[in-house]
Ligand binder design. Structure first.
Ligand code: ZN
Length: 446
């Protein structure tokens, strides 16, 4: 719009000037270097305007000539880049769908077209990995590890290769290096932690988790629970080394991070008792009982009152029952104390109440002991012992990953090395398969 106004303005000005010049005619004489030119003022003005227009057109043409090769190369570069990224994405899709040959072809094409090697290396590594060319994959991952932009991807690739080779020491070295450079990368922290746990390097695992908590690499509750498990292992090691003060300090730390965990509370309570801090031990164990009654807590609690009379110990067990009156472990704790105190009626009443929630081998054995002690009834005791085989299994510490059963809780599964995999539940039993069901029926025609 403005251009139209400018054009109209120019036409008006030129028309006015032309009419003014025709109304005021005059002559111009130019003498220069022996030349003489006579012309009218109107012609001179026309010549000046014509010259200006010609110079402007010439200048624009000259600029266009200068820019032409650059524009040509720019367009070529853009086209190459577009084709390069197309090859890269086609290659990635081919790699993801397992098409080795296509992935490799597109990888070579992308590398040819794209100047930035950092974006094409990943595809090269993936294609090489698919093709089973571990040497090329490794070399590419190493190149990526050198480039700050792709260092983490490179180290992840190398770590995966070390794991595939079963080279644990190399995996540990790589995980440590990757973790130093990228302390927030969750998968790297987790891999490092698993390796440290596998090697039983509890001090290092503790540092890793403290670092992870600081960098918020894991959800806080999860990280605290894990660190509590690691601190418990450190405390156990210190205890076995005779460093009882350190063992207690570590157990306290573990308890503060996750006091609801049965093995942590039981261990802490036991160490407090060992250092004559019974009042504190009692509180720790009673609180644990309130949240989860458990035989390990009961054992640590009963140990606090070893010097008491049998009747006093029944009262202690009654106190636990008061905290969780409905729980089977509460009834078993009272029954155990009552058996020791020869309070047969009391023992039987609580065993009956425990049995209402399922007859387990533990209850059968205690019933057998009761029949034997109260009535000296060997036959009745034997009947109870025979029921053990068919009784519902007692809960155990078992690994959630491999199902292995452990005598006591440990932060690492003794069978599959899984970290923090043990939990308290009835052992998982293979489903019973009847003979008829396991043998497929033959078709009638045969
Ligand atoms: Zn396991």
């Amino acid at each position: 719009m403005t251009r139209v106004f400018v054009l109209v303005g120019v036409i008006v000005v030129v028309a006015l000037a032309a009419s003014w010049l025709s109304g005021n005619p005059g002559n111009v004489t130019i003498e220069w270097l022996g030349w003489r030119a006579d012309t009218s003022v109107a012609m001179l003005a026309f010549l000046i305007v014509l010259l200006t227009v010609l110079v402007a057109i010439g200048y624009r043409f000259w600029r266009a000539m200068l820019a032409a090769p650059g524009r040509f190369f720019d367009a070529r570069r853009m086209r190459r880049r577009r084709l390069g990224y197309q090859a890269l994405s086609s290659g990635m899709i081919a790699a993801a769908s397992g098409d080795t040959a296509e992935a490799q072809r597109q990888s070579r094409k992308a590398e040819d077209l794209l100047e930035d090697a950092s974006v094409t290396r990943l595809l090269r590594a993936e294609a090489a990995k698919l093709n089973g060319d571990t040497a090329t994959a490794r070399r590419t991952y190493e190149e990526m590890a050198e480039d700050p932009e792709t260092a983490l991807i490179g180290m992840r690739g190398l770590l995966e290769q070390a794991d595939d080779r079963g080279d644990r020491a190399e995996a540990m070295r790589l995980a440590e290096k990757a973790h130093r450079q990228h302390p927030k990368a969750r998968d790297v922290v987790r891999r490092l932690l698993d390796l440290q746990v596998e090697f039983g390097r509890w001090d290092a695992a503790d540092r890793t988790l403290a670092n992870a908590i600081r960098h918020k690499a894991f959800p806080p509750a999860e990280a605290k629970r894990w660190r509590s498990a690691v601190l418990l292992e450190r405390s156990r090691l210190a205890e076995s080394d005779g460093a009882s003060v350190e063992a207690l300090a570590l157990a306290k730390q573990a308890y503060q991070l996750d006091g609801s965990r049965v093995p942590v509370a039981a261990h802490y309570g036991r160490l407090l008792h060992a250092q004559a801090k019974d009042w504190r031990a009692k509180r720790v164990l009673e609180n644990a009982w309130k949240s989860q009654p458990h035989p390990d807590i009961a054992a640590a609690y009963e140990a606090l009152f070893e010097g008491d009379t049998d009747l006093e110990r029944v009262n202690r067990a009654q106190r636990l029952l008061g905290f969780r009156p409905d729980h089977v472990e509460s009834h078993l704790a009272v029954a155990r104390a009552a058996l020791a105190a020869q309070l047969w009626g009391e023992a039987r009443a609580h065993l009956d109440q425990a049995a209402e929630q399922g007859v387990t081998p533990r209850i059968c054995r205690m019933m057998a002991a009761l029949e034997e002690s109260e009535h000296d009834d060997g036959a009745a005791a034997r009947i109870w012992l025979e029921r053990v085989a068919d009784a519902d299994p007692d809960p155990v510490w078992a690994c959630d990953h491999c199902g292995a059963v452990a005598g006591e809780w440990t932060a690492r599964c003794g069978n599959c090395n899984a970290f923090d995999g043990l939990s308290w539940h009835p052992p998982v039993q293979a489903p019973r398969v009847t003979r008829e069901a396991s043998v497929p029926a033959l078709p009638a025609s045969i």
